[in-house]
Design a protein around this ligand. Structure first.
Ligand SMILES: [Fe+2]
Length: 233
């Protein structure tokens, strides 16, 4: 490997790494929602939009000479060696997961957009993050809309799933990316999310958008604990 890219804004590369698993995200997502035409249609379009994010980050890294095409190829080969599997079982839980994950991604892009501008004076990267962030918040709003419908169908069951997904939430790359711990330090420095940030910037704002109160979460969680052990819906 050459030294090209030693001084690159590393978060661009880390974001690219996340997107390398897109075929698994699309495949897993489509399988989770395959009985429902509307969500499957969204999932297909979602995959198209996310693939454009991957392309623009790759083009940025190569055209700005932060990475060579050979380095990008090496990166792809390494990451394709692992597979991402869906972290939750049901369509409803995966929809809630999508809601949190997209909001977390939006928040990360907003922070990285400011890093690109203020620390690096990189207007091109700022603009890329700005465009991608707009897609991410649109994805969040769609998932929130679906979760609202699910709440209308079965409020307590959906709230139970919200609590379960939030408790077990992990960003997709955590189980996949090699030397994730050292990479996450870079990403945190550049605006990535830890548990506390997740609660403040993702979980509570999403609950507010959904119209779910903490009192409801406590009530449903207590009721669930009092029930005999059953599989989560
Ligand atoms: Fe997204």
């Amino acid at each position: 490997m050459t030294n090209v890219g030693a001084a690159l804004p590393r978060h661009a590369l880390e974001e690219k790494l996340y997107k390398e698993y897109l075929p698994d995200y699309i495949g897993g997502g489509l399988n989770a929602v395959r009985p429902y035409f509307g969500t499957m249609w969204f999932q297909s379009n979602w995959g198209y939009e996310e693939s454009k994010h991957s392309l623009v980050l790759m083009e940025y890294l190569m055209r700005s000479k932060k990475r060579t095409p050979e380095q990008m190829f090496d990166l792809q080969q390494k990451t394709f060696a692992k597979r991402w599997t869906t972290p939750f079982q049901s369509c409803r839980q995966m929809t809630i997961y999508g809601c949190f994950q997209e909001m977390a991604t939006f928040f990360i892009y907003c922070r990285q957009r400011e890093v690109a501008k203020e620390r690096e004076n990189d207007h091109c990267l700022w603009q890329i993050y700005d465009f991608i962030g707009r897609d991410e918040i649109a994805h969040t709003r769609f998932y929130q809309g679906v979760v609202k419908v699910l709440l209308g169908e079965d409020r307590d069951g959906t709230i139970k799933d919200i609590a379960h997904v939030a408790k077990n939430f992990r960003m997709p790359g955590e189980d996949l990316i090699e030397d994730y711990d050292s990479r996450i330090n870079v990403m945190r420095e550049m605006g990535d999310i830890d548990r506390n940030m997740f609660l403040q910037k993702v979980y509570f704002p999403v609950l507010k958008q959904l119209g779910v109160t903490r009192a409801e979460l406590v009530r449903v969680s207590r009721a669930a604990r009092a029930e005999p052990e059953t599989a989560v819906a």
